[in-house]
Ligand binder design. Structure first.
Ligand SMILES: Cc1ncc(COP(=O)(O)O)c(C=O)c1O
Length: 391
């Protein structure tokens, strides 16, 4: 008989989500994810909420590369990296990521969550301070929570350079000062002020860590992410990112940094020392996704023009969307139940967009988060805008 306190705690939470109409609904897809998808019990919908920025999640060459990887390397590594889990495709993928983002070396992980979670517990030491943007991704927050308790943690106001600089001055006695930011903020869609952050970090001899999960393959002329967008390639000390969004969309993440920092992560990082390697199929698919991005930079132009068309359409319809150059377009609603109701109505109208409420975004700042894909055709964009017009 399970513990009664545990049972009633769970029931209470689930009932309160139900009565406040904030319970998340988990849609089941019957087939691959593209510009459209088949949702079980709903039918065909246009996808306006995936991270499939380049339309590579179901690209025939990406799928075929995964199948070949499966045939060549088998189903899995059955091991962590340092025992017998390092395959040739891991080495090739890491070399490719490093050269793609302009870093000396890279290390792959099963997700960007585990990549981020490796960074601070492994690399920050007692006597250091880590300064984190207030809107950083949950995986960065958890990475900071897991680091040595004698590393000072501080949060600076979102993209507030004065606040960051004041905090850095206050921590001038620390052995290493770390500044960590998302490249593209996942809920707001805004871009970190990278040139200014690089300048501040150089002046304060601080290390800059950028999680470019929503920038890689989505920002910059050739998809190299936020550093390319600002012409700052090679100037960030540690870049992390995901392979689970633009670069194939399956799973996987990476850290790209100096050869020594990568070696310390290999030697000491708990999330790779004690957890299996990235499946070979995924590594092979991600490598192919980078090939395609390099071969077809026009995908970036298509993503930008689709984003511009949707932003212009939302503005015409009078929706409140903060401006930014990224493919993430939050439509601010306020109340979580209202955002969820609107997302349900859009689904009925054949468009999949999810409503986000607390704790994913702050209380009272619920929104519909639109995410654009290069795979959308003009006809899809028109149908989406028609649906929003009916909201
Ligand atoms: C900024 C950011 N970092 C990290 C992650 C985690 O990526 P992954 O799905 O590879 O663990 C996400 C995904 O939501 C993200 O948006």
């Amino acid at each position: 008989m399970p513990n009664a306190a545990f049972q009633s705690r769970n029931r209470e939470l689930l009932e309160s989500l139900e009565t406040s109409r904030q319970k998340k609904r988990f849609l089941v897809l019957d087939g691959p994810l593209g510009p459209i998808a088949q949702v079980e019990g709903v039918g065909e919908v246009i996808v306006l909420c995936s991270n499939n920025y380049l339309g590579l999640a179901n690209h025939p060459e990406v799928v075929e590369a995964g199948i070949k990887g499966l045939e060549q390397y088998g189903a899995g590594t059955a091991s962590v990296r340092f025992i017998c889990g390092t395959f040739a495709c891991h080495r090739d993928l890491e070399a490719r990521i490093a050269s793609f983002v302009g870093a000396p070396a890279a290390l792959s992980y099963v997700s960007c969550w585990t990549a981020n979670e490796a960074v601070f517990p492994t690399l920050a030491a007692p006597g250091d301070v880590v300064l984190s943007d207030a809107l950083n991704h949950a995986s960065i927050i958890d990475s900071c929570r897991l680091m040595n308790k004698q590393v000072v943690r501080a949060v600076y106001r979102h993209s507030d350079l004065d606040d960051l600089e004041a905090k850095l001055q206050h921590q001038a006695d620390k052995a290493c000062r770390w500044v960590v930011t998302d490249g593209v903020f996942s809920m707001e869609g805004d871009v970190a002020l990278l040139p200014e952050l690089i300048d501040i970090c150089q002046r304060h001899d601080a290390l800059l860590v950028v999680d470019d999960s929503h920038g890689i393959g989505a920002l910059g002329k050739t998809g190299r992410g936020t550093p390319e967008y600002f012409d700052c390639l090679g100037q960030v000390d540690l870049l992390t990112g995901t392979l689970g969004k633009a670069l194939g969309g399956a799973a996987g993440g990476y850290v790209a940094a100096s050869a020594d920092a990568i070696e310390v992560l290999e030697q000491r990082g708990r999330t790779s020392l004690f957890s299996n390697a990235l499946p070979a199929t995924v590594a092979c698919s991600a490598l192919k996704a980078i090939d395609i991005l390099e071969r077809e930079p026009e995908r970036m132009a298509r993503l930008a023009s689709n984003t511009a068309a949707l932003r212009a359409g939302f503005a015409r319809l009078g929706f409140d969307c903060p401006d930014s150059p990224t493919a993430i377009i939050p439509i601010m609603i306020g109340d979580a139940a209202d955002a969820i109701a609107k997302s349900n109505r859009l689904l009925e109208l054949g468009v999949m967009v999810i409503g986000f409420g607390y704790p994913v975004v702050p209380l009272g700042e619920a929104r519909l988060r639109v995410q654009v894909s290069a795979a959308l055709e003009p006809e899809h964009i028109e149908r989406c805008l028609d649906a929003f017009a009916q909201l």
